[in-house]
Design a binder for this molecule. Structure first.
Ligand code: SAH
Length: 465
């Protein structure tokens, strides 16, 4: 069925029709997005994204974001409604990014969405993504084809059960199997595959919580084991001995809390960001007031890139640009904040190589910076340690909340079973984390940048209540 949406132009300025990009986000690891996809997401006015797209990826882009998945706490979008939403935004002349997990044309309903766009005369293009089978293959060391062992591979679906097919191929990959593993295995067995065929179930491929179950067709048919979505079932002789001890499983998974950009991604580590939700939420009256008197502040100190980003969003919204900042010295304390400033055409006067608030204070003290009137754009959670420290160095300080740092989105909690290490970047992060997790399992190593943060961690997690 196709949806023809009435053509009505809501924005009189843009009479032209918008343009839609249907983009594959890849299977989970946000770095598996294509360069083209990234560019378009940066330029998009609105992003409509699905369940399997990680919030870590989405957070990087400024566009209006509309979740079209089926999480319990949100409005449940049916496909027709999603189609209407895409068309509605496009008809307002917007650049619309339709972001889907994996590849849009592999069990992705991309075909249905372009049909609607065609019917409404809206221009579009498709940007492929890495499909789950390819992500799982690479991150578990299962080559999908292998000389002399497997010369063909088929992508199949385990849903609905009455449509399960068993094509004639050496390697079979089944999508959508969380509730139908046994039905798929039965169908494969019925088709004549041997009991000793190797089978792997890969849950959350390419994510920090990737999990693998292996066995033979005979063994797995007998085993009652819960499989959680998203999961793939792979069958074939190419499932080798490396699978359990693959390169990805050897990496330490480090949970990074805070706005700090420390990335541990290396040969040894994978960083997992603590999904702290950042949203617009400034006290607009105060923001406006500060902007009116922006020339009064001798220093603007940006502690992280979010502060920069939200500050300039409001600044532009109130009709101001960098020309109004000619009298302010601009300081930053993280390389990411520096890079973010450059996006707005600003080169920081002073970049403090600081990992935490106490570093900022000692560098300012070393440089003899005092008697300044400092505006500190930050989140709703004020860093009292920094504010008090700046004051005791004889400065005036005005913290200005330009964004709201709140609860993580429902359904996106981090499963600590998969985490090897937690890095708390400030005492605020420890408190924030504590509000979600009452305790930290013993096997997890905890690291902090300074005594203050260490103290807060000990107080909240080590001392008996
Ligand atoms: N267009 C997507 C597939 C969407 S259908 C793609 O190309 O990957 C949804 C199914 O994809 C899930 O039920 C699961 O079988 C599979 N899938 C998606 N992401 C996955 C992941 N990270 N790990 C394992 N399976 C995944």
């Amino acid at each position: 069925m196709t949806t023809a949406v009435p053509t009505h132009t809501e924005n009189p300025v843009t009479q032209r029709k918008g343009y839609v990009y249907i983009i594959g986000a890849g299977p989970g690891d946000p770095e598996l997005l294509t360069l083209k996809g990234e560019r378009v997401l940066r330029e998009a006015d609105v992003i409509l994204y699905d369940d399997l797209v990680s919030s870590e990826l989405i957070e990087r882009f400024h566009a209006l974001k509309i979740y079209t998945g089926k999480r319990k706490d949100s409005h449940h979008f049916e496909q027709d409604e999603i189609n209407e939403e895409i068309v509605r935004h496009a008809l307002q002349g917007k650049k619309v990014a339709r972001l889907k997990g994996g590849d849009p044309f592999v069990f992705g309903r991309g075909g249905e969405e372009i049909e609607v766009l065609r019917n409404n005369g809206i221009g579009y293009e498709i940007i492929p993504g890495i499909t789950a089978a390819h992500g799982a293959s690479a991150y578990t060391e299962i080559p999908l084809t292998m000389r002399k062992i497997s010369s063909s591979v088929a992508f199949c679906t385990g849903h609905p059960i009455n449509k399960i097919q068993v094509p004639d191929a050496d390697t079979l990959v089944y999508y959508m199997v969380a509730s139908s593993v046994h039905d798929v295995l039965d169908a494969v067995e019925k088709k004549g595959w041997k009991e000793d065929t190797k089978v792997a179930i890969v849950q959350n491929a390419t994510r920090y919580n990737q999990k693998i179950f292996t066995g033979t067709l005979g063994e797995l048919r007998k085993r009652e084991k819960a499989v959680y979505s998203p999961a793939l079932l792979i069958l074939g002789a190419n499932i080798n001995q490396f699978i359990e001890n693959n390169w990805y499983s050897k990496k330490k998974k480090v949970l990074i809390t805070g706005d700090n950009e420390m990335m541990f991604n290396s040969e040894e580590y994978i960083s997992v960001p603590f999904p702290c939700h950042r949203v617009d939420g400034a006290d607009r009256e105060k923001v406006n007031q500060c902007f009116q008197n922006i020339g009064d502040y001798s220093v603007l100190l940006f502690p992280n890139r979010f502060a920069v980003n939200y500050f300039f969003r409001y600044f532009h919204e109130y009709g101001k640009d960098v020309r109004y900042l000619g009298n302010n010295k601009i300081y930053t304390s993280s390389p990411a904040a520096c890079a973010e400033l450059l996006k707005y055409g600003v080169i920081a006067d002073l970049h403090l190589e600081a990992e935490c608030s106490s570093d900022i204070l000692s560098i300012l003290q070393e440089k003899g910076i005092k008697n300044e009137n400092i505006l500190l754009p930050c989140s709703n959670i004020k860093d009292d340690y920094l504010v008090n420290g700046l004051m005791s160095l004889h400065n005036m300080v005005t913290p200005l909340s330009v964004y709201y740092q709140g609860a993580q989105e429902q359904g996106e909690t981090i499963d600590l079973d998969f985490i090897d290490e937690i890095y708390f970047s400030s005492p605020i992060c420890v408190r924030n984390f504590k509000s979600f997790y009452p305790s930290i399992p013993d096997k997890i190593k905890v690291t902090t940048p300074d005594q203050n943060t260490e103290g807060e961690y000990r107080k909240l997690f080590m001392e008996k209540a």
